[in-house]
Ligand binder design. Sequence first.
Ligand code: F0G
Length: 467
Amino acid sequence: MNVATHHLRCTECAAVIPKDDVTSNFRCPKCNGLYEVVYSWSDVKHPPNAPDDPNSRLPNPSALRWLWQERRSSSLAVDQSGVWRFRDLLPIVDDLEKVVTLREGNTPLYDLPRCAKVAGIDWLLAKHQGMNPTGSFKDTGMTAALSVAAQRGFEWVACASTGNTSAAMAAYAARAGLRSIVFIPEGKIAWGKLSQAMDYGALTIQLKTDFDGCVKILGELVQKFPIYLLNSVNPYRLEGQKTPAFEMVEQMDWQVPEHIVVPGGNLANSAALGKGFSEMFQLGLISRLPKISVIQAEGANPLYRWFIDSNRVMKPVTADTRATAIRIGNPASWRKAAAVIDDLGGWCEQVSEQEIALAKAEIGAEGVGCEPASAVTLAGLKKLVALGKITREERVVLILTGHTLKDSQYTIDYHRNELFTDAEKAQLTAGDEARHAALRKPPIVLEADSTLVLRTLESHMNQPQPV
Ligand code: F0G
């Protein structure tokens, strides 16, 4: 197998540097752009020349498919990982012994027939990245970037986070015996995520600012201390986060869905998935590309504003949404995500707090569940179908990024009808209100009296189930 080395290329000025020359803030010194990891196949045009030629320097698609499947039955940790199983397309560590893995990836692809129906399409799947070891998609990126940190001999790693990155980083750092520092916005992340960072032994610093403020402080720190930065400006994170694209099409027998719908916060995940699909296409593993659409919360919508602006200017916003994972106003990777939308032909939409809550309850009612930030995908899908951007017969995959237990307070508030403000309730149509009422399942407190319990059950049995 061809284990190519890699370089880093600035996504803005295209300067290529050797991997060891990158600065501690992962920004191009010439233009401040972000880097991407490039391999021998990165500039190959589809279809690659003679992919089955034994003398070709490119990985062979049939051999890769076979090898990736074979590794599933191996007992080696790197083979059991749903990221490192695909290591031929992310040759970023020289020593596989140094890989830090919690057997991430291998996440399920669920069908969501009832959500498909409410969205108005025939066929809907969800790639549930919340089923990773720390409960979010961040694990796939963290195993990659933290393995690089371990290989390079760093003792300290750090990130600024809305919660999930910090949970993932703290866990992987603990596995590697590295020390980790987490910067989170005070009072604006879900408790479950904060508790994970503490449980995994991170030094947790709550800054009296928002996520964007945390990023700024950390950016200054990494230039003064030997700390390895693990925010998604680190291009190795994206190498891990591209692998769910491989896994998804493998799970679909190498069929490509027409449309992928992703939540957008700091905008690295949409970029990573786009890179994964593009590389598979370049290598001849798939014969066409899906569209990738990004959905943001109305209160944290800088990419949406860019998308609808005829001058295409990116203006940071002051972010506010209950989907705290994507409460981000100045997304670092916006140019990369914008390129994916443009190159693959997707859209950007925004969704309201009420739409997010409804979609989250609908995903929960399918027995799948997700955190609020993930539910923007279903809410956005409904809009894209209504706008005619996605048609009934297209196969759509939602990327569910976080587990429902990540933010249980949100779910409890929703079901107790304590989530929305009066002003938000007043904006609901009668139809919306009826839909919410049918989905809400608040706990019922009763005296321990069997007659009373029976009577209560009977009254509930007569109520229709939501679609
Ligand atoms: N969904 C969840 C559950 C997230 O935690 C995040 C980002 C996103 C979606 C957005 O992904 O930033 O790549 O566009 N969470 C980061 C964090 C920012 O710190 O945990 P993105």
